[in-house]
Ligand binder design. Structure first.
Ligand code: ARG
Length: 613
């Protein structure tokens, strides 16, 4: 209903300007306009919207707010556009204006959505969206997942992958070109250690593809790190190796390439299972630009040499003893840091093509522990003058994944949980649940059906559990909770879709029924449960716009959960299939729109739906 809300807001503003021209002139002189303060109604019995704009005018106008509201309402009465949208406004409390949309307008909105594959969600790419086709053409970067080569992908990366994928889907659906970038940790001193160690203990890993698997590689990396910390000869050999790698020595480069391939293949297995598409652009990509970053910062006078290291001191951020904190750009030994690479990445992503991505919104999905890193890097990029005024740099932080006990997620033996095992367990448990249910219901199903449903439900449960909590808080991983058939879970929503689709099917081709309603003069609604469902359905565009802005997938989850509950109330209390025409067709149309809305919403969460389960 965003379009209606926008139209209403304009009508209200015009009415305020007509009612209080002098006040409007004062606001305009200050570069503002009178604000109707339009918001969704706080309770359904108050209608659809409320406008609170009369209250703040009481003081400057020296009038009681109810009188101000009355004057605004009087002006609205002379606007034919308003009369088309709303019933007679009601002034309530100290001076709120309650607004109820005309039932025929609401029905017309539902009708329009039934015929629209986008379900009323505007695309930024469309002209006339108000968001401007020009601005929409600049890509949005979503930097997510981003595991590290030769290390296991862990649950933190899983969260980043699931949340980042959902945000990328929402942004793409809203019509933005999205660059889904996997900023893998594929460069740096760890390769010096790893290659040096492998040369001695497993040289075949550096010459032949697939000679070791990722598990072994992780173990080798641990050993290499331990040796590096203890053994000085090993340290200097590792440093020499890094220099060789960075100067493009073919043997070192080949070894590095093989190690990356090995990890990449393992990561891909996880991405395939989760249906995640990513463009890999690891840290190494920015290697050729690191020198330019340093030169740029030096040129703009930001660089300070402190104890041999070249750094930029942050403004407004201080560490221990109130000393300003630096972002170290180049270490004493000449090496570069994680932060340097991120500076190069920002510079590249914002630069105009072909020398860059020309993006105007950069979104980074990582654990909250990296908040200070991003705040520092963003500040340096701004001060360096790389960030155009209209560009947005956003860190999207998330909390830790904890076990049932509220502690860091671990296996029973205390090891870190491998993602592969975690997904396997979710699917196995979903399968056990399904077989139990089939037994109870005395149903027989093909093995292929069981496998398909268990896989879909298991993966969906893991994704949904992650997306449905506010990402900022820590999140307790619990197979039991995420696989429950009731509550705000994936199985509940998938089941709701199956059930509603079934009703629509039984209605004897819902699509045909809707055509019949068309022919019979459109949709007709009379029951409060129908209006409640319809109003809930019409919120979709606002919810998506909110996720696009605030980057909180849990808002979409709460909406889908609420929608299925409102649907259940409707279906429990109002006959659908047994109703007479035209109610039957109109109610079936609501069923069909609920089904498509849930499917679309789940799709944006990265969750495919099932026909049966
Ligand atoms: N590789 C990093 C890690 O595992 C995450 C990278 C996030 N993206 C970025 N541009 N820094 O923590």
């Amino acid at each position: 209903m965003l379009r209606i809300a926008n139209a209403l807001e304009a009508q209200l503003r015009a009415a305020m300007q007509r009612a209080f021209p002098e006040q409007a002139a004062v606001a305009q002189a200050a570069g503002q306009c009178l604000d109707p303060q339009l918001a969704p109604a706080s309770k359904p019995e108050f209608g659809d919207f409320q406008a609170n704009g009369a209250l703040p005018l009481a003081k400057p106008l020296e009038q009681p707010p109810r009188a101000i509201a009355t004057a605004i309402v009087a002006q609205l009465a002379s606007d034919p556009g308003f009369a088309e949208l709303c019933l007679e406004p009601v002034i309530a409390g100290p001076g709120f204006i309650n607004l109820t949309l005309r039932p025929e307008r609401l029905a017309a909105e539902v009708q329009a959505r039934l015929d629209d594959a986008r379900l009323g969600v505007p695309s930024a790419a469309d002209a006339g969206d108000g968001q401007g086709g020009g601005a929409a053409a600049a890509p949005v970067v979503v930097d997510f997942s981003s595991p590290n080569i030769a290390k296991e992908m862990h649950v933190g990366h899983l969260r980043s992958t699931i949340i980042g994928d959902c945000l990328a889907r929402v942004l793409a659906f809203r019509g933005h070109p999205v660059l889904r970038l996997n900023h893998v940790g594929d460069w740096g001193t760890q390769f010096g250690m790893l290659i040096t160690h492998l040369k001695q203990v497993a040289p075949q890993a550096l010459e032949t593809a697939d000679a070791v698997d990722l598990g072994d590689l992780v173990a080798f990396y641990r050993q290499a790190k331990a040796r590096f910390d203890e053994d000085e000869a090993f340290q200097s050999a590792s440093r020499d190796e890094v220099v060789r790698l960075q100067s493009g020595d073919p043997v070192s480069l080949k070894a590095w390439g093989l190690l990356c391939d090995q990890s990449r293949r393992e990561f891909q297995v996880i991405y395939d299972r989760l249906d995640i598409r990513l463009q890999e652009r690891g840290e190494s990509f920015y290697n050729p630009y690191l020198g330019d970053v340093v030169a740029d910062l030096d040129g703009s006078g930001l660089l300070v040499t402190d104890d041999g290291a070249r750094c930029v001191f942050l403004e407004g951020v201080s560490g221990k003893e109130g000393k300003p904190l630096p972002v170290i750009v180049q270490k004493r030994d000449g090496g570069f840091n994680y932060a340097t690479t991120d500076l190069a990445a920002i510079r590249y992503r914002l630069a105009a093509p072909p020398a860059g991505d020309g993006a105007r919104r950069l979104i980074y999905v990582t654990d909250a522990g990296q908040a200070a890193h991003f705040a520092g890097v963003f500040q340096v990029a701004r001060r360096a003058g790389w960030v155009p005024a209209e560009a947005q740099l956003e860190h999207v932080p998330f909390g830790l994944v904890q076990g049932d006990d509220g502690k860091k997620l671990k296996t029973r033996s205390g090891d870190t949980v491998r993602l592969r095992d975690l997904l396997d367990e979710a699917v196995e448990r979903a399968e056990a649940d399904l077989r139990r249910r089939l037994d109870e219901e005395g149903r027989h199903e093909e093995e292929a059906f069981i496998q398909h449903v268990s896989t879909t439900v298991g993966i969906a449960a893991v994704k949904y559990a992650d997306l449905s909590t506010n990402r900022i808080t820590n999140y307790q991983f619990s197979f039991d909770r995420m696989l429950a058939l009731s509550g705000n879970t994936a199985p509940y929503l998938l089941y709701a879709v199956v059930r509603i689709a079934g009703i629509a099917r039984k209605g004897g081709e819902a699509a045909g029924a809707v055509d019949a309603a068309d022919a019979a003069g459109g949709l007709h609604f009379s029951e409060p449960q129908e209006w409640a469902l319809l109003r809930e359905l019409l919120k979709l565009d606002a919810v998506i716009a909110e996720v696009e802005q605030e980057l909180l997938p849990n808002r979409l989850c709460s909406y889908l959960f609420e929608l299925s509950q409102v649907f259940n109330r409707f279906y429990d209390q109002v006959p659908v299939l047994k109703a007479d025409e035209p109610a039957r067709s109109s109610r079936l149309a609501l069923c069909r729109l609920t089904e498509t809305t849930l499917k679309l919403g789940l799709g944006l969460l990265g969750i495919p739906t099932l026909e049966r389960m």
